[in-house]
Design a protein around this ligand. Structure first.
Ligand SMILES: CC(C)(COP(=O)(O)OP(=O)(O)OC[C@H]1O[C@@H](n2cnc3c(N)ncnc32)[C@H](O)[C@@H]1OP(=O)(O)O)[C@@H](O)C(=O)NCCC(=O)NCCS
Length: 147
């Protein structure tokens, strides 16, 4: 059965392994260990038998930023990314967060679709934002908007 809960220090090896395989920009173990118990972040994992995905949001006043989200490649396209994102949004809403920002590579069609489907709206493009020169789309979700 799928379960979503908060990430603990003992989960970090598995999270780092998913991050290193799935993300082009890496936050890394040292960063994760520093913020894992910090209340200004929401760090959640999705488990079946093992951890198969995670999402990390920062919290700043009534705003949040999605730092990272990834699902193990063998579980892709099965709704796991949506489950993580929806749960994260639900928890942030309970905490009084009003909007969530994120940046996504223009080439990352799957992630762009995931965000758009979950109510994120295009705000602007940051030209050459990534180290390979790729542009970033800046998206925002107003939490009280229904899609
Ligand atoms: C982005 C990611 C988290 C999505 O996780 P996922 O479990 O595959 O997502 P879901 O199955 O919930 O799919 C969400 C939506 O993505 C889109 N999608 C899924 N598979 C797709 C594909 N092959 N091509 C294009 N869009 C696709 C669909 O709109 C889908 O919604 P739908 O199935 O209701 O139509 C996952 O692909 C991943 O870990 N990617 C690598 C890391 C990454 O890029 N993270 C985001 C950085 S900004």
């Amino acid at each position: 059965m799928t379960k979503i809960s908060k990430v603990k220090s003992c989960d970090l090896k598995e999270i780092v392994s998913i991050e290193s395989k799935r993300m082009k920009s890496i936050l890394g173990e040292e960063f994760f260990s520093r913020i894992v118990d910090d209340p200004s972040y929401l760090f959640i994992k999705l488990e079946e038998d093992n951890i198969i995905g995670y999402a990390l949001f920062s919290i700043n006043g009534n705003e949040s930023e999605l730092y990272s989200i990834a699902v193990d490649s063998s579980f892709e396209g099965q709704g796991k990314g949506s489950e993580l994102l929806e749960k994260g949004i639900e928890i942030l809403k309970e905490k009084g967060i009003e909007r969530i920002f994120l940046e996504v590579r223009e080439s990352n069609i799957r992630a762009n679709n995931l965000y758009t489907k979950n109510g994120f709206k295009y705000q602007r493009t940051r030209k050459g934002y990534y180290s390979n020169g790729e542009d970033a789309y800046c998206l925002c979700k107003e939490i009280n908007d229904e899609r």
